[in-house]
Design a protein around this ligand. Structure first.
Ligand SMILES: Cc1cc2nc3c(=O)[nH]c(=O)nc-3n(C[C@H](O)[C@H](O)[C@H](O)COP(=O)(O)OP(=O)(O)OC[C@H]3O[C@@H](n4cnc5c(N)ncnc54)[C@H](O)[C@@H]3O)c2cc1C
Length: 479
């Protein structure tokens, strides 16, 4: 007797390699119907933002192509996941739905509801890990609770063995006669008027092929200098794997295994660099662990005393920050890099975030929102945990009283000014000495650079010394 079909419900695991749920579906030997559902209602306040939607569109194109090459057609649907999955199960008489588990609150709520619905209609829910190195329940403190501090968490992870990637070349049997879905082009995930996505398309290659190309290029290129170069925004010193990881186009296990293989074959400095890189991958794991155990993380300060922080938000200051017109070149360069490419260097994320929260006294949630809409790697766990880290209110956060000086940070991490000159071209003609503090330029330097401050480029919207003292005063109020 022929086996009943199964549905493979793609979520944030848009890949065919090292996808344990897909490998299990393949092993079942049943004909397979691959499905993706765009369910903004279930994602609630955290439905993908503009840049994320652009990425999703291209990632789905890539996934559909890869499935096509394996003889399967990806069916696309929009709307209520429960209704759609239930109708599909009934329509094709499915035996099971296979999927990868999520760790963010909307994702967890959705899969719990789906599992309940499947139980009612007598269809098996087959849920698998795959988005993390370790399940968040598996890494525990000695007392059996969740970790709140990175270093012991990291140590605990290093004490575990990362499972090898799941088999990726199992035959996938297509289910013939599945109902056709919608057209991706009708979803309007990419911008039309105005189309701001030109630089994104030039910068990125969404999809599984792009992800593994990026990993391999990083391992044979940037990795060797990662520990030093990762802090210099003017250099391509990091992996840029974050959007690929967010959409599940590559698994952390594959990254782990390939990096360890590289470290073993090269040894020496490369092996050390590999450890530094994998430590960052564990930061991702830590963020997911925190969000899973503390689901309020995107909305509420982890440290309760910050709930009463006396913020003083001003709309004009927020706009200046968003548009990269604060008058602080490194902050502005970062905000413009973000707007144009959907990504920002980690060091500059820390500096721009600190500037918003501490110099402008705007709640970190406003910055988190803006990043959510503009980052191609916008990720609920990493974004929330990082904003709280910068704001000083998170688990294991940078202390609030550590306030980045954007001028000194610029001189230290962009000493030759390549990054600032790229993203803030109107001040490119200034000499290095004043590039990070244009207001200190002499009349002669300004006129040689063809620059009038306040007209071509803003004067600082707030004085650093004043802002620093004000932020510390506010901190005293909640001590
Ligand atoms: C305010 C703020 C907001 C952020 N928002 C996001 C976000 O929405 N999505 C996101 O993926 N990262 C976020 N980060 C973390 C970090 O900046 C990015 O992960 C990193 O810049 C991505 O570039 P990369 O892939 O080249 O990193 P690499 O240095 O090559 O690191 C490899 C991988 O490790 C993970 N990683 C690196 N740094 C961190 C970190 N500090 N926290 C958690 N995981 C990390 C990422 O998955 C990354 O792809 C944020 C950081 C700050 C300060």
């Amino acid at each position: 007797m022929a086996l009943r079909p199964v549905i493979f419900w793609f979520r944030q695991d848009l890949r065919l390699s090292d996808n344990p749920a897909l490998a299990a579906a393949a092993r079942s030997g049943s004909p397979l119907m691959p499905v993706y559902i765009l369910d903004d209602r279930a994602a609630g306040d955290w439905a993908a933002g503009g840049a994320g939607r652009w990425w999703l569109h291209h990632s789905l194109v890539s996934l559909a192509k890869d499935l096509e090459a394996r003889g399967l057609t990806l069916a696309l649907f929009r709307g209520d996941s429960l209704e759609i999955l239930s109708a599909l199960c009934n329509g094709i008489d499915a035996e099971a739905v296979f999927f990868t588990r999520a760790y963010d609150p909307p994702g967890v709520a959705l899969e719990t509801a789906v599992a309940g619905m499947l139980k009612r209609i007598d269809v098996a829910a087959r849920r698998f890990g795959g988005a993390l190195l370790f399940e968040p329940e598996a890494i525990k403190t000695k007392a059996g609770g969740p970790f709140q501090v990175f270093t012991p968490f990291h140590k605990a992870c290093l004490g575990e063995t990362v499972a090898p990637p799941a088999q990726s070349d199992l035959p996938l049997l297509p289910f013939r006669g599945a109902p056709g879905g919608e057209m991706l082009a009708d979803w309007g995930l990419t911008p039309s008027k105005p189309d701001w996505s030109g630089d994104l398309a030039e910068t990125w290659e969404p999809g599984e092929t792009g992800a593994s190309r990026r990993l391999e290029a990083f391992l044979s290129g940037e990795l060797a200098a990662y520990p030093e170069a990762r802090d210099r925004p003017g250099e391509a010193g990091t992996s840029r794997l974050s959007p690929h990881l967010h959409f599940g186009e590559i698994s952390p296990r594959t990254i782990w295994q390939r990096t360890e293989m590289k470290a073993q074959s090269e040894g020496g400095g490369v092996a050390q660099a590999a450890q530094a890189f994998l430590r960052e991958v564990v930061w991702r794991e830590f963020s997911a662990h925190l969000l899973f155990h503390f689901p309020d993380l995107p909305e509420k300060p982890f440290k309760a005393r910050f709930r009463g922080f006396p913020w003083a938000p001003e709309e004009a200051a927020l706009k200046a920050w968003q548009r990269g017109r604060t008058g602080y070149p490194l902050v502005d360069a970062g905000m413009r890099e973000l707007w144009r490419t959907g990504w920002m260097h980690n060091r500059v994320r820390m500096i721009t975030a600190s500037f918003l929260v501490k110099h402008l006294l705007i709640p970190w949630q406003e910055g988190e929102r803006w990043f959510w809409d503009t980052l191609v790697d916008a990720d609920l766990a990493n974004n929330a945990a990082s904003w709280q880290w910068v704001a000083g209110c998170g688990a294991d956060a940078a202390p609030y009283f550590r306030i980045f000086n954007p001028v000194l940070q610029g001189r230290k991490f962009d000493p030759l000014g390549g990054y600032v000159r790229k993203w803030v071209p109107e001040i490119a003609g200034l000499p290095d000495r004043v590039l990070h503090s244009p207001w200190e330029a002499t009349e002669g330097e300004l006129s040689a650079a063809g620059l009038t401050l306040g007209r071509d480029y803003p004067l600082p919207i707030v004085d650093h010394g004043f802002a620093r003292a004000r932020a510390l005063e506010k901190l005293e109020e909640i001590k």
